[in-house]
Ligand binder design. Sequence first.
Ligand code: ZN
Length: 482
Amino acid sequence: MPSKILGIDFGRRSWHPNSHHKDSNANDNPPSFEDILKQRKSSSPHAVDDVRRASMDHLKRPALAAISKTKGSSKSRDRKGQSNDRSTSHASSHGGASSPRSSSFIKPVKLEMIMESPPVMFYDAPAVSSGALLSGRLKVTPLAGDVVMESIIMFLEATVTTKKPVQDRCRECASQVNDLYEWDFFRNNAKTFKLSEGEQELPFSHLIPGHLPATTHGQIGSIDYSLHVRAKSRDGQETEFRRDLPIRRALRPGNDKNSVRVFPPTNLTLNVTLPPVVHPIGGFPVQCRMTGITTKREDTQTRWRLRKLTWRIEEHETMVSPTCAKHAAKLGGEGKGIQTESRRDVGTQELRQGFKTDFDDGQVEGEFEAWCDVAAKPQCDVESPNGLKISHALIMELVIAEEWAPNKKPQQATPTGAARVLRTQFNLTLTDRLGMGIAWDDEMPPMYEDVPASPPHYIQMATRMEEYNGDDLNEDVEQMHI
Ligand SMILES: [Zn+2]
């Protein structure tokens, strides 16, 4: 497990295998979405599907060798440290009137952001998700005259936080920042923003790979994404801008799940039907049927009567908290971590009625609605390579009491005093609602290159049948035994 902690390759270098970018400096030259499309479509139209799968593969499953997290995170951390220092210095320069710079300090530019793409939603499981398109515009407005901007760089950052750090109150043990992607808007060429021209827009786009864990705020671990812009003017002033970028995931529902549980040594069998996916908000039906409740003998019968059914939804979270370089010795070396765990109920109810009992058939059945308590802020299922995992189970507890009755008068039942508690549980898949339910690659219209130049040659590809005009075949046909 510990070796995995630093393995949270969020796909930052997943582009590198592309031959298109091998020659140019891949780090400084991230492909635009248009490049991706070109790449997808440039191959022969007959192979589009395969090509897409192949090219998506490295999006989702970057090679292990590409993991550069340690470096990336320490770099980010340094950078974060710097920016923290910077913001405090800003704060102090703004703060007291006694500060000599407080009256003269004006930021050179104002940064704003317009998102064009809808909220980020991944469809399907991490291994097969096609990701989500991100696009928007960064608005840059000079505030105090013309300004030469040395660089404007934007990072797609992933921040993983644990509430149970290896070292108490160590910020670096508690939180790791990874740059997943980077837009260098000017690529080392300074750009002048003229006051007279007002605000200018820098468009950006990116295909966020679908293997990333969704934004999660668990009891012990969190994953957050943000867009972080750092703009540096030629005279060395920095302006920062940050915007949260929540990422959600929706799994498409399939068929209902039927599960069977037996409770030896009794003859009781419990059949439960559950929806394939459930959501943090809104209820879902649970169908139950228990058979084998009646045991008949010659003149009498004993049977189990369902007295009470309690359900609860348990959220189980595990998190591997890594150490920072400074505190690595605590666990005997860098790259190790401690696993922490949390369990809690995010919904429960006790039912004493609503069951249909048929002692003749020996079964009791009923349907109830279960739901997550929204106030508990249940989190969707997630399994992140850094060790944060959240899963859910529906736990059911059935209290049954035994009673005895003569076969001739089955209504005259007498409790025997025996009672049992049957406990069982079922995995629940908690996921976001589908919404529109269309992944970006499903809504793409066919590209020009996909359309063949001429009508397809069916004759060459398919079989055909024609009238036979040859000699009489009678004799030959008789010989055509197999
Ligand atoms: Zn530490």
